[in-house]
Design a protein around this ligand. Structure first.
Ligand code: FEO
Ligand code: CA
Ligand code: CA
Length: 635
């Protein structure tokens, strides 16, 4: 049972009760919102861009929807790397529509999502240098292959096509460098690496390692898995590893979940709905009736050391199994490591992991297994405070009587464990990320149109929520340092997304957001060097009619929470992975699945971004955004 405050209050009444912020600058704004609420009039919000208080200097662009991307005047985008681009010396060039898994193992993967820039030392004429680490979340059959217009054709994909798709997911790690202001790939770098669903061997760590529910015919040890898939968002640890997150695992497994020995557990994870992949036609382990335990080996956070191309990725099962969006890390006041985690599905939960051991800044190797042991918590929100509830075998309801025989059962069925302890059901938790200066934790909830008036709660107060909201958790301080391990924290809304001029949406911003500054469906976020928040969206076209976009806002001062529109993606694309270079002068953006919309196919896509070449399909790509004058982005 999810925790939901059964409520006779209307959503609007609840909103009045809620604090948007305790900061003085926000109190005035909240007063304006609250006074506007009873007659549901429009908050002061329709000012022009120039009237907004903000530290951001760019000239806001306009909401729109067309076949290409848009940036403010004075900014340019360079296409750095696209799906299918070779990452190694002797690698075949991208061949549109051709199934060739061997080639794909050496090319940039599909549908780039999370991005991290891991610095390397630079010298000579190189301005800066690093490893660009990109997740490859998915692939869109209709845009990847010819003659895929029908669902029947997609279900009948060939063995070669399925193998290619398995090689297109996972991660790419590729050295990039900037010379005289221009970015380039270093194709022969010894760091370059592909991690794929088809071939990359990884180990299983944490409480589920070796458990009978993790064993398969190919792996009787339950400790060795081939591949990672649906790699959505992620995070960077303080010791320089990448956490890549397995999200929608239920899209991959053919067969009948109702006939499976763990039918109830599969149902709780959404198996049995629409499949996006046909891998199980050709690969036994992706068929529920041929390899029962393979689903338990996905849905984890995987730790990868990008600086060691020979390193073996580890599935960190202590962090729980669910549809992981991202995994961002903070060092707490006492040196323990805390990882914030969202489970991106309607009515699912927000989690954090607290390590048993402490971070050692002087000894990288000593941190290698910090994510092996610790405690997983799930969030419960109340009107004023929020609580972190431990998911520990033997505590509370997490006992054999409820089917949890060990901590392995708890992490494999983290969702059911969270149900039993009374977690708060959320409106699709996407990125969850601590602010680099304040330590406050931003929780991005993208939308939930299935939430009805009977299932509202204080953190998810709108029925038919098509616009999403961002919360800010305020952990306590211990001698001035942030205690990320705390069991209880304060919280407030950073913003409730939507159009502030449409009263039916109950959107709330902390100040006057412009006609182009409002947003819907926040998903991935990043913070720049000044601590401003950059918010990427996924779903704006459906919710609001314009392209997915990237917005920026201050997190402090009079411009706090007043979002401004910086970037529009080409139609059909979502905006992923915003990531700054260490000098703040380059913003990397992952433009994911351009032209992925109804009726758009390989032969007749709705855009051919980024090449606009009649011989090439649209392709996901990472762009590097810089300022013509070389200055910091957004300043
Ligand atoms: Fe893969 Fe929740 O976005
Ligand atoms: Ca996402
Ligand atoms: Ca997304």
């Amino acid at each position: 049972m999810a925790h939901d405050e059964s409520s006779s209050e209307t959503a609007l009444e609840q909103l009045i009760r809620l604090r948007v912020s305790r900061r003085d600058a926000m109190k005035a704004a909240l007063a304006a919102v609250a006074s506007a609420m009873p007659n549901v009039s429009v908050p002061a919000s329709s000012n022009s861009n120039a009237a907004q208080p903000s530290s951001l200097t760019f000239a806001e662009i306009q909401h729109g929807l067309d076949g290409t991307h848009h940036l403010p005047a004075g900014y340019t985008a360079q296409v750095l790397v696209r799906f299918g681009d070779p990452l190694f010396g002797a690698t075949p060039a991208f061949a549109p529509g051709k199934a060739d898994a061997q080639a794909q193992e050496r090319q940039f993967g599909a549908d780039n999502d999370f991005l991290a820039f891991m610095p390397l030392p630079s010298a000579g004429d190189v301005d800066q240098r690093g490893l660009l680490c990109a997740n490859h979340e998915r692939s869109t059959a209709a845009l990847m292959w010819r003659n895929m217009a029908s669902q029947r054709a997609q279900a009948d994909r060939s063995a070669a096509q399925c193998a290619h798709e398995m090689s297109a997911q996972g991660m790419s790690i590729v050295e990039v460098r900037q010379r005289h202001g221009r970015w380039e790939l270093v194709r022969n770098s010894a760091y370059n690496r592909r991690i794929t669903a088809r071939t990359t061997r990884m180990t299983v760590g944490g409480p589920a390692a070796g458990h009978p529910r993790m064993r398969t015919r190919d792996d009787p040890s339950g400790r060795q898995v081939i591949g990672t898939l649906n790699n959505c968002a992620g995070g960077v640890t303080p010791w320089g590893t990448i956490l890549t997150c397995e999200e929608n695992i239920h899209f991959y497994f053919l067969g009948d979940p109702a006939q499976h020995p763990e039918a109830a557990a599969l149902r709780r994870y959404g198996f049995g709905g629409r499949l996006f992949y046909a891998w199980g036609r050709h690969v036994d382990r992706f068929h529920l009736q041929k390899e029962a335990n393979e689903p338990n080996r996905f849905g984890w956070v995987v730790e990868v050391d990008p600086y060691d191309p020979k390193s073996v990725p580890v599935k960190r099962t202590a962090l729980g199994r669910f549809k992981h969006e991202g995994a961002t890390t903070a060092i707490s006041h006492d040196g323990r490591v805390v990882v914030y985690l969202g489970d991106d599905e309607r009515f699912e939960y927000l989690y954090k992991f607290v390590s048993e051991g402490r971070y050692d800044a002087m000894n990288r190797v000593a941190n290698r297994d910090l994510l092996e042991r610790g405690t997983l918590y799930v969030a419960r929100f109340e009107a004023e405070r929020m609580h972190w509830l431990p998911l520990v075998h033997g505590e509370g309801p997490l006992t054999a009587a409820n089917g949890f025989r060990s901590q392995a059962d708890v992490v494999i069925e983290a969702r059911r464990a969270a149900d039993l302890v009374g977690a708060t059901s959320m409106d699709r938790p996407e990125d969850v990320e601590p602010h680099p200066h304040t330590g406050n934790v931003y929780v991005v909830l993208t939308n939930n149109h299935r939430r009805d008036a009977h299932r509202l709660n204080s953190a998810n107060p709108r029925p038919d929520n098509r616009w999403g909201q961002i919360l800010e958790i305020v952990p306590p301080r211990v001698n001035g340092a942030v205690d990320h391990t705390a069991f209880e924290c304060g919280w407030e809304f950073f913003l409730l997304a939507g159009d502030p001029e449409d009263a039916r949406q109950s959107a709330r911003y902390a100040g006057p957001v412009s006609r182009n500054g409002w947003l819907a469906c926040p998903d991935n976020i990043a913070f720049d060097r000044e601590g401003r928040i950059w918010i990427a969206t996924d779903g704006q076209t459906e919710a609001a009619g314009f392209a997915d976009s990237l917005y920026a806002a201050d997190t402090n001062g009079p411009g706090r929470g007043i979002t401004r529109l910086f970037f529009n993606a080409p139609r059909g694309a979502e905006v992923c992975g915003p990531c700054f270079s260490p000098d703040g002068r380059t913003l990397f953006i992952a433009v994911q699945h351009p032209a992925a919309e109804r009726g758009s196919t390989f032969e007749t896509p709705s855009t051919r971004w980024p090449d606009f070449d009649a011989e090439r399909p649209p392709r996901s790509a990472v762009i590097a955004v810089t300022r013509a004058d070389g200055g910091e982005i957004g300043r």
